[in-house]
Design a protein around this ligand. Structure first.
Ligand code: HEM
Length: 395
């Protein structure tokens, strides 16, 4: 038997991590990587238990392997906080994600999805990610925040420019920074405007909500705090949903019989979204720093270590799911960890589920079959999300 090796930076492993994750679950359920100095848990039950124990497995130094190594604390957002600060801020921002606010979004999401897909009807093919999956989420977030319709075109254009790569362009950083600056500028003006004239929308909810302070008093969020939250939403909400839709494009093409079931019985789409999340987790690795010595499978993980929770591996654990490598849109997935679990359970989960359902309903109604041009498909390479950057298809 060859030695097992896993790290989230290796492009070859990232292309198909499932065989190595299986070996980790079976042979090294507590895995140690000396080269990048981390530990990893890969079984469903272990990832779940560690996700629930935020006192031992902290997010406060960041939840991305390379960020934890930085001396400076990353930007302060709920995803990088521990209770009690986390819970106070989360309770506040959760108001903007109430079931009422999310359900209200369905007609606008459908309109966004339709207006993205309609121009593609009649073409011989398109890029399932660049032309569709990556465009929808930013527009949804701006709608959710109440950005006026006439400004959404501008947001769409900036998003297009953010996603665009010139052939051979190696370092798009400066351009992306400039665009990021423009978007921040727009949102700062927008926040100021909403403070002056409140409305019945999520942004107003956020601006008016009150946060409990340490001395038992109350205060509202400052403009920089609201802007940081908007940036967290675009960071956490865009890349992940774009990856989910990209996985729908590739996995359904590889399983035409399952795809045909969804076309014939669109009522299966919500369970197909859960199955896709289980089968190919868009955000498969969450890092934690260990605050006190812990023991896993008889081995000590010392205080100060970095522990990776391989949520993507948990979704394929045969201790939890029968025949886990089979993609089955009728599977009753039950619990999965692809939105995390416990304290940091994805705040946008119901929004992501709604976006996934509406996007697939509208896409399958227009394009019931397609083939992927695999030679031209390209993966995203980051240590936080996994999936397709480009997925050209023929329809
Ligand atoms: C398919 C799409 C998505 C996936 C797979 C996903 C996945 C995740 C995961 C795994 C976590 C937990 C991270 C951790 O434990 O360290 C998380 C947290 C979070 N997600 Fe999502 N997410 C998705 C969509 C969204 C959307 C659409 C939004 C908002 C617009 C969003 C906002 C957040 C926020 C704010 C947190 C932090 C929650 C906290 O720390 O309390 N996500 N997400």
């Amino acid at each position: 038997m060859s030695e097992i090796y896993y790290d989230p930076y290796d492009y070859a492993i990232d292309a198909d991590p499932h065989p190595v994750w299986r070996r980790l679950r079976d042979e090294a359920p507590l895995y140690r990587n000396e080269r990048h100095d981390f530990w990893a848990l890969s079984r469903f039950e272990d990832v779940l238990a560690a996700s629930l124990d935020h006192a031992t497995y902290s997010s406060a130094r960041g939840t991305v392997l390379e960020l934890i190594r930085l001396e400076n604390r990353p930007e302060v957002s709920i995803i990088f906080m521990d209770p009690p600060e986390h819970d106070r801020l989360r309770a506040l921002v959760s108001r903007a994600f109430s079931p009422r606010r999310i359900a209200e979004l369905e007609p606008s999401i459908r309109e966004i999805v339709r207006s993205t897909l309609d121009p593609l009807v009649g073409s011989r093919g398109f890029d399932y990610v660049a032309d569709f999956g990556a465009k929808v989420p930013m527009l949804v977030i701006s709608t959710m925040l109440g950005v006026p319709r006439e400004d959404r075109e501008q947001i769409r254009e900036w998003t297009d420019q953010l996603l665009h790569r010139d052939p051979g362009e190696v370092d798009p950083d400066a351009r992306i920074l400039e665009l990021g600056g423009k978007m921040m500028g727009y949102f700062s003006r927008y926040v100021a405007e909403r403070r002056r004239s409140p409305r019945d929308d999520m942004m107003t909810d956020l601006l008016q909500a009150e946060l409990e302070t340490d001395d038992g008093g109350k205060r509202r969020l400052s403009d920089p705090e609201v802007l940081a939250f908007i940036m967290l939403l675009s960071g956490a909400g865009n890349e992940t949903v774009a990856r989910l839709l990209g996985w729908a494009g590739s996995v359904l093409a590889q399983h035409p019989a399952e795809r045909a079931k969804l076309v014939a019985r669109p009522g299966l789409i919500p369970s197909a979204v859960e199955e896709l999340l289980r089968y190919e987790a868009p955000s498969p690795v969450q890092a934690r720093s260990v605050t006190r010595d812990a023991t896993w499978h008889g081995e000590r993980v010392p205080e100060g270590s970095v522990l990776l929770l391989l949520t993507g591996s948990a979704g394929r654990d045969d201790r939890q799911y029968p025949d886990p490598d089979r993609f089955d849109v009728e599977r009753d997935v039950g619990r999965h960890l692809s939105f995390g679990f416990g304290t940091h359970f994805c705040l946008g989960a119901s929004l992501a589920r709604l976006e996934g359902r509406v996007a697939l309903e509208e896409a399958l109604a227009r394009f019931p079959t397609w083939e992927v041009e695999w030679d031209a498909a390209e993966r995203v390479h980051t240590s936080t999300v996994r999936g397709w950057a480009k997925l050209p298809i023929r329809v």
